[in-house]
Design a protein around this ligand. Structure first.
Ligand code: SAM
Length: 224
């Protein structure tokens, strides 16, 4: 079976399970080649709905988690997005498809931060190979500080588990009417995925589902 067929099966399955429903997100997941973002020894599992190791004790999240977060973020053409936790670069590429689709008249941009330099460098290679290098900027650093240089953002997604007290930069660097999607809770034992909407000075927080992410480590995250 070709990668394209495997990708189609995966997406159809996510639609059947009710995880994917938005046409634009479905198209993005049909387009982005996940096999370009996983290590060579895991390519045969690239289209299974499971997290995979990318080295340094880190993972590329399961596709259903990417799908859910993309739907919750309501990504649209022109959005400026901040991702904390680049990992493989796959989720950033999905966001890129949604905010800067082919022939976009008003393309957006994705800034993505990774604390492990080796992963950041590998993600840059993956992103170029898949053709998203003009839309995604990979930064090596501590994402718990956000990325003040390009703030504010329409959307912020955090793909590592934050402590219950969310790093203040995430809310501060969000535009009015912006959306933050973040797993928060305890380290290692599972967390809750939250969607936070900014309306002026008010933040509306919605609990979505139980999740399990690797920890967000940094100044305003966990210590190790
Ligand atoms: N979004 C990624 C993808 O599409 O492959 C998966 C992210 S993985 C579940 C979580 C990532 O967050 C890891 O690569 C980890 O090194 C990174 N991370 C943890 N704490 C961080 C921090 N303070 N700043 C930036 N990255 C961090």
């Amino acid at each position: 079976m070709s990668y394209e067929e495997k990708r189609k099966n995966l997406v159809n399955n996510l639609v059947k399970r009710g995880i994917l429903s938005k046409k634009k997100v479905i198209n993005a997941m049909l387009k982005v080649p996940r096999h370009e973002f996983v290590p060579a020894n895991a390519v045969s599992s690239a289209y299974s709905d499971s997290p995979l190791s990318i080295g340094l004790s880190q993972t590329i999240s399961a596709p259903h988690m990417n799908a859910m977060m993309c739907e919750y973020l309501e990504l649209k053409e022109g959005d400026k997005v901040l991702e904390i936790g680049t990992g493989s670069g796959y989720h950033a590429a999905l966001c890129a498809e949604l905010i800067a689709p082919e022939n976009a008249s008003n393309p957006g941009h994705v800034y993505t931060i990774e604390r492990h330099e080796e992963l950041a460098e590998r993600a840059k290679i993956n992103i170029s190979r898949a053709g998203y290098e003009d839309i995604i900027t990979v930064i090596h650093g501590d994402g718990t500080l956000g990325y003040e240089k390009e703030a504010p953002y329409n959307k912020i997604l955090v793909t590592a588990a934050s402590p219950e007290k969310v790093p203040p930069a995430f809310k501060n660097q969000l535009k009015d009417k912006g959306i933050l999607c973040i797993p928060a809770g305890s380290k290692g034992y599972g967390q809750t995925l939250y969607v936070v909407r900014k309306e002026g000075n008010v933040f509306e927080t919605e609990r979505k589902t139980g999740v399990r992410f690797v920890p967000l480590i940094g100044k305003h995250g966990f210590s190790t």
